[in-house]
Ligand binder design. Sequence first.
Ligand code: AMP
Length: 194
Amino acid sequence: MHSVCVYCGSRAGADSAYADCATRLGRAIAERAMTLVYGGGSVGLMHRAAEAALAAGGRVVGVTTELLMRREVAHQGLSELHVVQTMHQRKKMMADFADAFIALPGGLGTLEELFEIWTWRQLGYHNKPVGLVNCEGYYDGLLDFLAQTHEQGFVSPDMLGLLLVDPDPQRLLDRIAGAQPVSEDPWWRMRESI
Ligand code: AMP
């Protein structure tokens, strides 16, 4: 595994523990000699993760759009910064660059990116691990709801199990690096097991 795409808030959040998680994840990615791929901004948790990876001597690749480059103040010190036209191009480029995906605490943009990449895996568009850092229990409510999606017969346990969840960024990274790729298209098997 050579690169990890990190999805996270363009804000720092109400608890300083979130920034600490972002810092620890960015540093851990760099210390494992992996490239950090992210949205290219210098705001919020995005900034913390990118700065920590750079400070640890890591390679950081940003992918942004012309519009977001102004709104999220593109980071000028990255190893590479790609500026594309549309959000669809941005998401595809981030997904193509990465061997795995990890979401930290964040807002609607983070949730959208996490669910998109997770459902792309469900559909077999990629075969890369997806993880969630449940920093300070930020995602407890979401995880409860996800359990309900299974209890109510909409999502299989196999599908839920594709999302690796851990409160500790370093441990999650190790679990993701050790995750075995699923060679078959999981779609039909998962439908059967609902
Ligand atoms: P947020 O979690 O809302 O602070 O956003 C974090 C990142 O998600 C930002 O860099 C946004 O550009 C990005 N993002 C991706 N898709 C979307 C979307 N559909 N709506 C808003 N932000 C998005």
